[in-house]
Design a protein around this ligand. Structure first.
Ligand code: MG
Length: 263
């Protein structure tokens, strides 16, 4: 009897030890403060947005995170730029080589995501907040871009220094599936904190969404869903969200927000 019991106990312990670890939403990325520089720190530094120079400026300021936008060229090179076109050339319909014909006003070429991430990963204080842009060509292309971004981050060992944001809900879910512990924030503002909780996503919404849905920051906090508002450049709006305990504020004025937070 004793032997049977012991054998069963051993078997139970064996299966328990083999069970997959329960997926946790506990992120492995830690932010040093609430300030997310929008497209790098460009406004008060005079450098182009989404340039390596704007990234360096955000890092030099000590921002908790620095946001940037990612597209994929026709020959599948990942590049950093806000609009779907770079100096009049449509990124998804141009090869990377074609895009090199133009330069930013500070002389930089369009940054590859690889160069941008390598620069970001050369330090530890500022988290890289990677926006995966929605393809104008197809949903498949958006999802393919998401996969390629995650693969590149992994290949550079950048998981602990990278958060993901996207307007396309399916892209957010794709990244969540690929990276169970990465911060993944949905941008489009039309999902309640409860829905985000169910899909293990966070909220990075236009500030007007939080102004309209006055209980969402509080509700999200109760649910363990992180909140981020974009793009907040007005001091009163910053103060209001800080008083509500928002987790992050994305801003073109990181200098003002850092000062407000005593950083
Ligand atoms: Mg963006």
């Amino acid at each position: 009897m004793n032997k049977v019991f012991l054998a069963l106990a051993a078997l139970a312990m064996y299966f328990y030890s083999c069970a997959p670890a329960r997926q946790s939403t506990q992120s492995t990325v830690s932010f040093s403060n609430k300030v997310i520089a929008h497209r790098g720190a460009f406004k008060n530094t005079g450098v182009p947005e989404n340039s390596i120079a704007s990234l360096k400026a955000a890092i030099a300021l000590g921002c908790g995170g620095t946001e940037f936008d990612i597209h994929m060229t026709s020959d599948e090179v990942l590049v950093v730029n806000h609009d779907h076109d770079f100096m009049g050339m449509h990124i998804e319909q141009s090869t990377y080589k074609q895009l090199l014909a133009k330069r930013m006003k500070n002389g930089e070429k369009i940054p590859t995501l690889e160069a941008y991430l390598k620069e970001g990963y050369s330090q530890k204080k500022t988290v890289m907040v990677a926006e995966i842009k929605t393809s104008k060509v197809s949903k498949e292309r958006s999802l393919r871009l998401a996969t390629k971004v995650v693969e590149l981050v992994r290949s550079l060992n950048g998981q602990a220094q990278t958060a993901y944001i996207a307007f396309d809900y399916d892209v957010c879910k794709k990244v969540r599936a690929l990276e169970p512990k990465a911060p993944v924030q949905y941008l489009n503002g039309d999902a309640s904190p409860e829905k985000l909780k169910a899909d293990r996503l966070d909220a990075d919404y236009h500030f007007s969404v939080f102004q309209k849905n006055k209980n969402w920051i509080k509700t999200a906090k109760t649910l363990g869903v992180k909140t981020n508002a974009w793009t907040v450049n007005d001091e009163q709006v910053m103060d209001d969200f800080l008083a509500q305990g928002i987790d992050f504020i994305t801003t073109n004025e990181p200098e003002i927000l850092l000062k407000k937070l005593g950083k």
